[in-house]
Design a binder for this molecule. Structure first.
Ligand SMILES: *Cc1c(COP(=O)(O)O)cnc(C)c1O
Length: 371
């Protein structure tokens, strides 16, 4: 079935005596045991599994064309659980512009157990040179933050397959509707469900989806169940509700993202636009091959430096000055001041999460702010 249909139907695992069309929120933390000691209802204790979470994991598995999924209480705990599943002493290769929260985890929480090389993963030919005897994983994030760099998943998966490494992909900016990394050779897909999957800036969540069940995946599942960084039944209910409209929301984000990028690209006060849908984007061809749409995230460099960038984010009216992304409402931020003093992000960079307002209103707002 197609994503629109899967999004609406594949999470409805629930059968009830009251014939609910929409699965209820199941708040029970514990479940009846059968006389023979079994759990014929399929659940024992809600840290281990819960009906709402199982439904969420089922939909995510289907949308990402994987074999199984683990839902977590945040994107950060999803990523952390994967790092925890790696043997101490392992080496990881990750992008130099990896999501800063994961970079921080690796450099602090995992500083004594894992070693990492942060490199430019768009330079495919140089990657093999960083693989060592203890390298176990390449972590890709595409599109990346905040420069919207695109990493060629098919090309990297040829390298990870040859060297028997895990290819993990943070696909948050694409959502499960615009790119399916497993179909392009990835072993594990990661999402911050807080972003497009949730889509309404009102629920925190994360997920890992695996291409195949394996001993390594069992370790990840074990960390989820024993570690306990699980989403609540209500979080799962909200995410399931959101996912039903995800394919249509993504169409709107792509349409608005492209139109705003094209408008900004020709504006005399804008120095550069980073949006993978523009032919001028450095990896536009790769984006066209591995994505079915280019999403609602873009960054721009404005003429006039940090002061002008701050003035613009303070002058727009419809774009809320706030971090995060993927919600129905448009957000804007001066990224360098979010990332702090040691950031490599250009001081005149503005990151925009284009929402689902009417594009004419969004363009009119930028028009007055840049004037
Ligand atoms: C937000 C985000 C995360 C972290 O997710 P949380 O839900 O905030 O914990 C990871 N990767 C990317 C690309 C993100 O945008």
């Amino acid at each position: 079935m197609k994503p629109e249909t899967l999004a609406i139907h594949s999470g409805n695992l629930y059968e009830s005596s009251t014939k609910d069309v929409t699965p209820p929120i199941n708040l029970s933390t514990t479940f009846f045991r059968d006389e023979d000691g079994g759990y014929s209802g399929g659940h024992m204790y809600s840290r281990v599994s819960n009906p709402n979470r199982s439904a969420l994991e089922q939909v995510l598995t289907n949308l990402e064309k994987g074999a199984d999924a683990c839902a977590f209480s945040s994107g950060n705990t999803a990523g952390m659980s994967l790092f925890q599943a790696l043997a101490p002493g392992s080496h990881i290769i990750a992008a130099d512009d990896m999501y800063w929260g994961f970079k921080k985890q690796l450099q602090s929480i995992f500083a004594d157990t894992l070693t990492i090389d942060f490199i430019d993963l768009t330079d495919i030919d140089r990657i093999s040179g960083y693989i060592k005897e203890n390298t176990v994983m390449i972590w890709v994030e595409t599109p990346s933050n905040p420069l919207l760099k695109i990493t060629d998943l098919v090309a990297i998966s040829a390298i990870t397959k040859k060297h028997n490494l895990i290819l993990a992909c943070d696909s948050t900016f694409a959502s499960p509707c615009l790119q399916n990394p497993i179909s392009l050779g990835a072993d594990i897909v990661m999402h911050s469900s807080t972003k497009y999957i949730g889509g309404h800036s009102d629920v925190l969540g994360g997920a890992l989806i695996t291409a195949k069940k394996s001993a390594f995946w069992e370790k990840v599942r074990n960390i989820q169940q024993i570690g306990g960084a699980v989403p609540s039944p209500f979080d799962c209910f909200l995410l399931l509700r959101s996912i039903k409209t995800l394919p249509y929301r993504m169409r709107g984000h792509c349409e608005n993202g492209m139109a705003l990028a094209q408008y900004l690209e020709q504006h005399p006060k804008v120095e550069a636009v980073f949006y993978p849908g523009l032919p001028a984007h450095a990896q536009h061809e790769i984006a066209r091959q591995q994505m079915t749409g280019f999403g609602g995230m873009l960054s721009i460099l404005v003429k006039g430096g940090a002061d002008e960038a701050r003035r613009v984010v303070n002058t727009v009216k419809l774009f809320a000055q706030a971090t995060s992304l993927g919600g129905v409402e448009s957000l804007i931020e001066h990224r360098a001041s979010v990332e702090g003093p040691d950031t490599k992000t250009p001081q005149n960079l503005i990151r925009i999460s284009v929402g689902l307002e009417h594009i004419d209103d969004l363009i009119a707002d930028f028009n007055q702010a840049l004037a």
